[in-house]
Design a protein around this ligand. Structure first.
Ligand SMILES: [Fe+2]
Ligand SMILES: [Fe+2]
Length: 147
């Protein structure tokens, strides 16, 4: 079922990022490091797409979004980024259990965060950025994903 180009694309990206994390075995920190680094890179890219391209484009056409849902998403991004950065540091130090604890803290925010985006914010973005605007936003995201 298609929810719109934006919702489909960003939801699919959530799923791919979730799958990368699911493959990380924190009991083996050395092997976990390259896999978690890839998860980190992909989640960071996803957050940048939202913060620099999607959310500003939607807020330009629907300014109240910036103060409500988008402001909440930005606060949650900061929490998510902190825990994933700490997890990466722990893994670099060979501390698998410590990394696992940070990831658990990150997932407490990320689970609900992705659900709110998928159920509310992305469909809202598709509605606000209907047609040519949505296509333009996706062009910019795809252009950036090659960089
Ligand atoms: Fe987000
Ligand atoms: Fe997202």
């Amino acid at each position: 079922m298609s929810d719109g180009v934006i919702a489909d694309f960003f939801k699919n990206d959530h799923d791919e990022i979730d799958a990368l994390l699911a493959a990380v075995d924190f009991n083996r920190p050395k092997e976990a490091l390259p896999l978690f680094s890839e998860f980190d890179r992909r989640l960071e890219r996803h957050i940048v797409w939202e913060e620099e391209i999607l959310f500003p484009a939607a807020a330009r056409l629907a300014p109240p979004l910036a103060h409500g849902p988008i402001a909440v998403m930005l606060e949650e991004h900061a929490l998510i980024r902190k825990e994933k950065r700490d997890a990466l540091e722990r893994l670099h130090a060979g501390d698998g259990p410590g990394a696992k604890r940070c990831v658990a803290a990150m997932l407490e925010v990320l689970g609900g965060h992705n659900m709110k985006e998928e159920r509310i914010l992305y469909p809202t973005c598709d509605r606000v950025l209907a047609g040519a605007d949505a296509a333009r936003v996706m062009d910019v995201v795809r252009e950036k994903s090659r960089g």
